[in-house]
Design a protein around this ligand. Structure first.
Ligand code: ACO
Length: 402
C-alpha cells in the first residue's frame, strides 16, 4: 500500500478523500474494530472481557506496552504513577488565571501543553527513557489537572493527591473532596468510572488520536501532541457529544418528553438538530461499548440515583430511532456517548465536565498511538495534499485601481 501510494504521488495523482473515510494513514497493532459486526478488541482482547475482568490501570498498561502485565509489572507501573501525581506549585498557579466559567476542556489542554515547559528534560521524542518518563508523568498528572480544572470552575480549594489511593479513587477525592476533611470514596462510583475509562481507552484512528499522531509526526513531543488531541476531542461531533446528548435529553424533557416530535425534526434535517450520541464513521451496527454502557446505566441509575427520567427518554429515543427507516437505512445506532452522560451525571459530574472524563479515559490510547507512531520506521510527517480550486494565475492590481 505504501509503495503504491508513493508511486501514485510521483505521477501527480492525488486521492480526494474528505474526512479520510477511506484512507489508511497508519499501520497499527493496538486496536481492532469490525464496524459491521460491532467488534472492538484492545491488543486482541475483546472489550467485553476487559470490561468485566480488567481495570483501567491494567488496560492502560496493555495498550501502551502490548501485553497484560504480570503482578510485578502492574505493581511497579501503579507505584510509578502514584509517585508522579503531584504538580509543580507554579503549574497550579495557572488555574487562577482562567476565567471561573471557562470550559474545563481548554483549561485541561492548556495545562497539558504547559507540561512541556515544566519538563524540558523529556522533550526528545527519540530518547526512550524520557518518553517513558513522560508517559508516566501524563498518566499520573492528567487526573490531577482534570480535578483542578473542576475545582477551579466551582471556586473550591485544590487538594493535594493522596497517593495511598488508586488512580480513580485519587481523582474522585481531588474532584469532590475538601482539604482537611475525610473523603470516603464510594466503591460503586469508583467501579463505574473505572469501567467507563476502560471503554474509552482506545478506538484506533478516531479524530483525536489521528490528531495526536499527526502532530507527533512532526516530531513534536508527547505533551504537545496529547494537548492537541484534547482539543480535537472537545468538538461535539467527537468527545463533546456526551455533553450534547445530555443537553438534547434535557431539551426533550422540557418540551414535555415529546420524543416523536424530536425524531421528526432530526429526520427533516432541521438546522442544528441531530440525534446526538447516534451514528459512527466505523460502526454500522450497535457500538459494543454502548451495549455495555446501557446495562451499566440501568444498574447505576437504579442504585445511585433511584431511577432517572432522562434515562427513560433516552431509551424511548433509541427504540423510536431503531424502528424508523431513516435510521435503519443509514445504519445509525447508539454510539459510546449515548448513555455515558447519564451515568456521569448520576456520579455527580456537571455536564460541562463530561468530555474531560472522556479525555481521562482516552489518554492511554493517545499515548500508545504516539509511541507506536514515533517507533514506526514507516512514519513520515503527516502532510495531506489538496485539490486546488482557487484562481489561476493573475497579475497584481495596485490598491488605487481596485
Ligand atoms: N442524527 C441524524 N442523522 C445522522 C446522524 C445523527 N446523529 N449521524 C449521521 N446522520 C445521517 C447524515 O445526515 C447522513 O445522511 P444523508 O446520507 O441523508 O446525508 C448519513 O446519516 C451519513 O452520515 P455522515 O454524516 O456521512 O456520517 P459520518 O461518518 O461523516 O459522521 C458522526 C459520523 C460525526 C459520528 C455522525 O454520525 C454524527 O454527527 N453523530 C452525532 C454526533 C455524535 O454522536 N458523535 C460522537 C461519535 S462517537 C465518538 O466520537 C466518541
Amino acid at each position: 500500500g505504501i509503495e503504491l501510494g508513493k508511486l501514485l504521488a510521483s505521477t501527480g495523482y492525488i486521492t480526494h478523500d474528505p474526512g479520510f473515510v477511506n484512507t489508511g494513514a497508519a499501520s497499527s497493532a493496538i486496536t481492532y474494530i469490525d464496524g459491521d459486526a460491532g467488534i472492538l478488541r484492545y491488543r486482541g482482547y475483546p472489550i467485553e472481557q476487559l470490561a468485566q475482568k480488567s481495570t483501567f490501570i491494567e488496560v492502560s498498561y496493555l495498550l501502551i506496552y502490548g501485553e497484560l502485565p504480570t503482578k510485578t509489572q502492574l505493581d511497579d507501573f501503579t507505584e510509578k504513577i502514584q509517585r508522579h501525581t503531584l504538580l509543580h506549585e507554579d503549574l497550579k498557579a495557572f488555574f487562577s488565571g482562567f476565567p471561573r466559567d471557562a470550559h474545563p476542556m481548554p483549561v485541561l489542554s492548556s495545562a497539558v501543553s504547559a507540561l512541556s515547559t515544566f519538563y524540558q528534560d523529556s522533550l526528545n521524542p527519540f530518547d526512550e527513557p524520557n518518553v517513558e518518563l513522560s508517559t508516566i508523568r501524563l498518566l499520573a498528572k492528567v487526573p490531577t489537572l482534570a480535578a483542578y480544572a473542576y475545582k477551579k470552575s466551582v471556586g473550591q480549594p485544590l487538594l493535594y493527591p493522596d497517593n495511598s489511593l488508586g488512580l480513580v479513587e485519587n481523582f474522585l477525592r481531588m474532584t469532590f473532596g475538601f482539604p482537611a476533611e475525610p473523603y470516603e470514596v464510594d466503591p460503586e462510583v469508583a467501579k463505574a468510572l473505572d469501567l467507563l475509562f476502560i471503554l474509552h481507552a482506545d478506538h484506533e484512528q478516531n479524530c483525536s488520536t489521528s490528531t495526536v499522531r499527526l502532530v507527533g509526526s512532526s516530531e513534536a513531543n508527547l505533551f504537545a501532541s496529547i494537548s492537541a488531541g484534547i482539543n480535537a476531542l472537545f468538538g461535539p461531533l467527537h468527545g463533546g457529544a456526551n455533553a450534547a446528548v445530555l443537553d438534547m435529553l434535557e431539551g426533550i424533557k422540557n418540551d414535555g418528553g415529546d420524543v416523536a416530535n424530536f425524531v421528526s425534526r432530526v429526520k427533516n434535517k432541521e438546522k442544528g438538530v441531530k440525534l446526538m450520541g447516534f451514528g459512527h464513521r466505523v460502526y454500522k451496527n450497535y457500538d459494543p461499548r454502548a451495549k455495555i454502557i446501557k446495562n451499566t446505566a440501568d444498574e447505576i441509575l437504579g442504585k445511585i440515583a433511584g431511577g432517572d427520567e432522562l434515562l427513560d427518554i433516552a431509551k424511548k429515543l433509541e427504540e423510536t430511532a431503531l424502528s424508523d427507516d431513516y435510521f435503519v437505512e443509514r445504519k445509525l445506532y447508539p454510539n459510546v456517548d449515548f448513555y455515558t452522560g447519564l451515568i456521569y451525571r448520576a456520579l455527580g459530574f456537571p455536564t460541562k465536565y463530561f468530555t474531560v472524563l472522556f479525555a481521562l479515559g482516552r489518554l492511554p490510547g493517545w499515548i500508545a498511538h504516539w509511541r507506536e507512531m514515533i517507533q514506526d520506521p514507516a512514519t513520515k510527517i503527516g502532510r495531506p495534499r489538496q485539490i486546488y480550486t482557487g484562481e489561476t494565475e493573475r497579475d497584481y492590481t495596485p490598491l488605487e485601481q481596485r
